[in-house]
Design a binder for this molecule. Structure first.
Ligand SMILES: Nc1ncnc2c1ncn2[C@@H]1O[C@H](COP(=O)(O)OP(=O)(O)OP(=O)(O)O)[C@@H](O)[C@H]1O
Ligand SMILES: [Mg+2]
Length: 321
């Protein structure tokens, strides 16, 4: 892999249980993001996508805790950085957009105030200059009459506009990495597509590296270069988007592909993957997907398959397709 902007190495996130034990929700995750690269992280609910990226941002709340591994951003180990350093990096070098634009904005403050606060916290600029930067950011995300819209409160915006405002806040300080965690799931399908297009456009314009988290492989595939598939707190497959789409090697990826309707194509019946995702602390010793896997042999549940790299396409499966 080329010199990475972000390199996540052996990341583990755990929870202390009531009886003093530890359950791991993220169990040794490795992946890289190159400068300007867009990477999708996909997987069913509970696979550890959000916890992994919250750990990267050092935003895990108790009882979750990073218990192992390294997160190297531009040469610096974020898991070893102090909180002051993280506050400087968050919002300036690494920005995050969450699923629910409603709860990510403060309803009591104008949109303009919320963006200018971020700008002033990170860039030593005057109030007037911060307003100019905020208006420019709002305009860039496609909000018309941006200068006047700075005075609006979040409730005066539609759901799609609120998500745009959050993206404006995220890009206002020109970060190098944008982490978008299910940024479209709360929106209707048309608006979803617009937000995905917007993120793709900003990425090109600003040479932004993007980590885009979603359940929806098809949606992610439209804008990313590479896809990381997670299951049971592990990376089970990671490769160029074309390879993942055309020739997935992990049976889970194949099923995930069949699972989700395309945004642009006809909406067919959803073929759900049979069985339920694993519960924390109830994972088999071997491949976490083996209990649901149509290709599994008995031996698959004995030992976790290693993530094997073949020309930049990594797969953790004893019986890859
Ligand atoms: N505060 C918490 N306390 C206990 N368990 C938690 C907590 N937060 C998350 N978990 C568990 O950790 C696992 C991974 O959670 P995570 O939020 O990373 O999943 P995800 O892949 O982002 O799922 P989704 O697609 O639903 O957002 C899940 O089983 C979840 O129930
Ligand atoms: Mg999540």
């Amino acid at each position: 892999m080329s010199a990475a902007l972000l390199s996540v190495e052996g990341l583990r996130v755990g929870f202390r249980t009531a009886d003093g034990g530890m359950v791991e929700a993220v169990r040794g995750v490795d992946f890289c993001v190159a400068p300007g690269e867009a990477v999708g992280i996909v997987g069913e609910s509970g696979s550890g996508k959000s916890l992994s990226m919250l750990a990267v941002m050092r935003l895990l709340g108790a009882p979750a805790r990073a218990i192992g591994g390294r997160v190297i951003f531009d040469g610096e180990d974020l898991l070893a950085a102090d909180e002051k350093r993280m506050r400087a990096l968050r919002g300036r070098d690494i920005a995050m957009v969450f699923q629910d634009p409603q709860s990510s904005l403060n309803p009591a403050l104008t949109v303009g105030r919320q963006i200018t606060d971020v700008v002033r916290a990170h860039r030593g600029v005057s109030a007037a200059e911060a307003r100019r930067i905020a208006a420019e950011a709002l305009e860039r995300v496609g909000i018309r009459d941006a200068g006047r819209r700075l005075a609006s409160y979040p409730h005066e915006f539609s759901g799609g506009m609120r998500q745009r405002a959050l993206i404006a806040m995220a890009i206002a300080c020109r970060p190098r990495l944008l982490i978008a965690d299910e940024p479209t799931t709360a929106l209707d399908v048309t608006v979803q597509a617009q937000i995905v297009d917007l993120i793709a456009e900003l990425r090109r314009e600003l040479n932004l590296a993007v980590v885009f988290i979603s359940h929806n492989l098809q949606l992610v595939a439209e804008i990313v270069d590479r896809v990381v598939v997670m299951y049971g707190g592990k990376v089970v497959e990671d490769g160029p988007v074309e390879a993942i789409e055309l020739a997935p090697r992990h049976p889970y990826t194949s099923l995930l592909k069949a699972c989700v309707p395309s945004l642009t194509g006809p909406v067919g019946p959803l073929t759900a993957i049979e069985g339920a995702p694993p519960r924390l602390g109830r994972l088999p010793a071997g491949c976490p997907f083996s209990p649901r896997c149509p290709d599994a042999a008995e031996s698959c549940s004995h030992q976790m398959p290693p993530l094997i790299d073949e020309a930049g396409h990594r797969t953790a499966c004893w019986r890859p397709r």
